[in-house]
Design a protein. Sequence first.
Length: 427
Amino acid sequence: MNKRLIWALAAAIAVCTLALIYVQLSWIFSIQQAEEDSFARNVQLILERVVSEITEQEIYQTNSTHKSQEASNRMVEGRVTFDKTAELLHKEFSKRDLNISYEFGVTSELGEVIFSSPGFANMTPKATYVTDLFPQDLGYGKQYFLNLYIPSQSEFLRGKLWFQLLASMGLTLIITITFTANLLIIFRQKRFSEMKNDFVNNITHELKTPITTISLAAQMLNDPHISDKERKQPYLLGTIISEGKRLQFLVEKVLQIAIFESGNLKLKPREIDISALLSSVIARFTLQFENNHITLETAMNAPETFVWADETHLTNVFTNLIDNAIKYRSDENPKIRITVESAAENVIITIADNGIGISQKSLKKIFDKFYRVPTGNIHTVKGSGLGLSYVKKIVEMHRGSIRPESSPDVGTKFIITFPVMKENLKR
């Protein structure tokens, strides 16, 4: 999958996600508006029912329509009372199962409060509903209004919507996270695929070199024009043996990673003296140190450097790190310092060089499989991008830790920590 297609997919997912959020918000606002309208209609019906009850009772008492003028001229306190209004409101709210607090009051057309409940003085127009108290008096005299104030109206409506709101927000969040995670996985797989292709190219080149060298040496040995004495020359035999070992090392490195990734890697731990093991690994690089004019400094006289570990894999760990220190050495006065220290219940191994170093950006990725640090114009450094990934995993399988420190043109340091072996565990 090319980058253009990935970015097109990312854009499509982003547009779909934004559209989904817009639809969800529109839906929520529509439901909220519908709930508000429904609530307002219910409250208005309550007021109308209360007014209707008051009117019916008054008509029953007067028992004559021509007495409307007389009724309107009577004092409002004589026509309706606080207790009666409170009783009728309570009955209507109960009928509709509206369990919400409210305040009420009767006012004149001039705004004069005839009577009211204690909290009515705090009324706000937005949460107040009004209706004519005596609609039958219209045109006969002074008008009065029944006012209903619901202070907790907003909270009440939000409480009815909270489940739909949370469900909508939750689903939108889950979809957004899922889309984002899929995009990240796609980009990661793309990057991994590119690194894998680089690995295949690098390892192919690495394998071709010793194979070509061995093939040329074999051709020389098979050349009839070369005497038997020349065929036995140590140079040709040494080249075949050296390149054969190099080829074996490359194949083993790939197989080690393959076995590790399959989960079939089994450690065969035993008591290991880190200092002795590291000394034997260093000895293998003596010729390379000399040929590259590398100054080696060691300090491995610490006591209690025994660990419980797999000798083969631990040897590979130190071999990889020292090999990298040689590959990325400084052009002037190259140095490598290797130390072993005891600290509390740990043994600490430090492998440091004064080479080309690693940038902070690359330092975060050096343990990723197939990742190779960019070397700029240096094209002589070969590698598979598997070494440090293997190193980290083996160290962690031994309950240890590895921490890199580096700066460009200053050098690189790897600090490895293993739990020291207890006296009572030594065999």
